[in-house]
Design a protein around this ligand. Structure first.
Ligand SMILES: C[S@@+](CC[C@H](N)C(=O)[O-])C[C@H]1O[C@@H](n2cnc3c(N)ncnc32)[C@H](O)[C@@H]1O
Length: 292
């Protein structure tokens, strides 16, 4: 299982990547699409890798039955719902509970104990999950805390903030209702303990839900996100140009307390100047740390 998962990390959407780029894009057509998305949804595509964007646009062109990029631009101008569909195709929401389990083992066995030791005096810990999609990642952290750190949960004031640019997905995350196929990463005892079957799917227990607060936020917004002890940002940076990855990693550095940890996705690494600013704790699990 881990072998195929690893492959999936590098190529998260094989159904899209199978297609080469059958449509012809020019600077002008790409700009027209970027402008429409920005005007109608306030979403700036400039930071995303061109090939990545083109693959997704091609997927929508074909699915919407358009014949060319120009034809598709006309459709985007006329149909609000196609703009939303394109945005949804651009912000891929693939995620799962305990995605790359060994990373969460490292979190439980090394990172969280270290954070609690470091914050013993203040008794407050802040965690930020950036690009959280439908919430499985921050909820996994909450489940780990509940299962493995019951004493710390009593003694520490722990906040988990989860953000994503996609409003629809963030609302879904906050609702905490999952279809059965979304629970496959969970061990049956955890599933039984924290989820209850209901008419619309499996409802996450209020205990866990209360531990995470969700907020719609673009990672490129300029403001600060507080002084965190742990930032988890997995499988988001792969979509950005190197330059933007560096910008975001620099932002993470500013938003971490000294000694705070950064967790990236398996296919992601530190780039540019960020390599000098962080210490590598575990290269395999992509765990980095801001020096004291
Ligand atoms: C592939 S999911 C990763 C989910 C989770 N972190 C994981 O690894 O399982 C990427 C998420 O990043 C979000 N995203 C894309 N661009 C973003 C941006 N500019 N700011 C914040 N979130 C963004 C998408 O909406 C999507 O939910």
């Amino acid at each position: 299982m881990s072998i195929s998962r690893d492959k999936e990390e590098v190529r998260p959407e094989p159904f899209i990547l199978k297609d080469s780029l059958p449509f012809h894009y020019t600077e002008g057509t790409l700009k027209a699409i970027r402008d429409i998305i920005f005007k109608k949804e306030g979403f700036d595509l400039d930071s995303y890798k061109d090939k990545c964007i083109q693959r997704r646009i091609s997927y929508r062109i074909r699915t919407s039955g358009c014949k060319s990029v120009e034809d598709y631009i006309e459709t985007l101008r006329k149909k609000e719902e196609e703009v939303k569909r394109l945005l949804s195709a651009l912000t891929i929401n693939v995620t799962e509970f305990f995605r790359n389990r060994s990373t969460f083992d490292k979190l439980r066995d090394v990172v969280l104990p270290d954070i609690f030791a470091m914050k013993e005096r203040e008794r407050s810990v802040r965690i930020w999950s950036a690009g959280c999609a439908s919430g499985e990642e921050p909820y996994t952290v909450a489940i780990i805390l509940k299962e493995s750190f019951p004493e710390e949960l009593k003694r520490f004031n722990i906040s988990i903030t989860a953000t994503d640019v996609d409003e629809e997905i963030i609302n879904k995350a906050a609702a905490g209702v999952f279809t059965s196929d979304k629970l496959t990463g969970l061990d049956p005892p955890l599933r039984a303990k924290f989820f209850q079957e209901s008419g619309d799917g499996y409802r996450l227990s209020d205990d866990i839900k209360r531990m995470v607060s969700f907020k719609r936020q673009d990672i490129f917004h300029e403001g600060l996100n507080g002084e965190n002890d742990l930032i988890i940002c997995r499988n988001l940076l792969i979509y950005f140009s190197k330059e933007k990855q560096e910008w975001v990693q620099n932002k993470f550095w500013k938003n971490l307390n000294p000694g705070g940890f950064l967790l990236l996705g398996r296919a992601e690494i530190l780039v540019g100047e960020s390599r000098k600013f962080f210490l590598t704790v575990c290269p395999r699990e992509r765990v980095y740390r801001k020096p004291f």
